[in-house]
Design a protein. Structure first.
Length: 333
């Protein structure tokens, strides 16, 4: 029976950005690590290789994956690594849930360079992420907030590569290999992934339970961080109780190690967050920093006016600046 708390490894969503301080705050009683996903990787197994490297030094841990991070975490859990005590998956899937036309549109994004990616592809993606509940959430969000998340963290090459990585992804036939207690966190209104994806996970993973969070959407880690975090805590408290016979992970597969020089992993102590200040080779990309201001101040703040606290913005073209001045009717909604 484990006598210490497991380390939590929080795996980012499709944007690739590490979990921020607000999202990690409810989990501060546990040792936590977060990371930035490697760039331009177009295969889920390679993402799983990257995550396997992050846990090599851990003998007792829980993977907490959100959205795309849930897919990566699931791929690792199927390998039955030693030390994995539990699994938390939110907004994830075992097989690509997107209709065929969306997959084609996602692949076509590789040809949408510069302004087209920023002002067309990301606006469409932000609309798919949005929910009817976002405006009245714990931390209200708008579609522009989701678009900004990707502008600040996701180069076009990485966006296209991640779309490519899930198009043929299907591990429904391997879900029985997951040998650890699993929590499925499902939003009430998930326009991007849909209810069928959660149902397949619940029916396929032997020791899985599902928590459907009311009045939430696909981005509930951002809009409802307290509710989301408390749901995870309840699951972790159950894991800390004496284990029943057979409730353990065994290892019949050894994770493959690989090197991703573009990726970073941050170890977090309670109430601490290590931002990503590294320079990169994408001139149109902004680097996010921790922002400890009140949510209303943060939403009304133009990050382009404050280069030292919130984000660094670089390389905006003249066309970008002109398009940003065009009124967005959705902002008035």
């Amino acid at each position: 029976m484990p006598t210490t708390s497991p380390t939590l490894l929080t795996v980012p969503c499709f944007s690739g950005a590490p979990w921020d301080e607000r999202q990690l705050a409810p989990l501060q009683t546990y040792p936590v690590r977060t990371m930035r996903l490697p760039e331009a990787v177009d295969d889920i197994d390679r993402y799983a290789d990257f995550l396997a490297v992050q846990v090599e030094s851990l003998s007792d841990y829980v993977l907490v994956g959100d959205s795309f991070g849930a897919v990566i975490s699931l791929a690792v859990a199927i390998r039955q690594p030693t030390g994995l005590r539990g699994l938390v998956l939110s907004g994830g899937f075992a097989a690509n849930p997107l209709p065929h036309w969306k997959a084609i549109a996602g692949r076509a994004s590789r040809y949408a360079g510069g302004p087209l990616y920023r002002h067309l592809t990301l606006r469409i993606h932000a609309r798919e992420l949005a929910s009817q509940f976002d405006h009245t959430a714990e931390v209200p969000h708008r579609q522009d907030d989701y678009r900004r998340l990707f502008l600040e963290n996701t180069p076009r090459a990485s966006y296209t590569a991640r779309v490519t990585s899930v198009i043929s992804f299907d591990v429904r036939g391997q879900l029985a290999k997951v040998r650890v207690p699993t929590l499925l966190i499902t939003p009430a209104d998930d326009r991007l992934v849909g209810a069928q994806a959660a149902r397949e996970l619940r029916q396929g993973i032997p020791n899985a339970r599902e928590a459907v969070l009311p009045s939430t959407g696909h981005m509930f880690r951002f809009t409802h961080p307290n509710l989301y975090g408390q749901t995870i805590l309840e699951f972790l408290q159950d894991l800390d109780r004496p284990a029943l016979p057979g409730d353990h992970s065994d290892s019949s597969a050894t994770p493959r190690a690989s090197t991703y020089p573009d990726a970073q992993t941050s170890t977090l102590m309670p109430s601490a967050f290590v931002g990503d200040d590294r320079a990169d080779s994408f001139p149109d990309r902004s680097i996010a920093r921790v922002d400890d201001r009140a949510p209303d101040q943060r939403r009304n703040h133009d990050p382009g006016r404050d280069r030292g606290i919130v984000v660094k913005r670089r390389g905006l073209s003249r066309l970008d600046q002109l398009i940003d001045r065009v009124p967005d009717r959705r902002r008035a909604q």
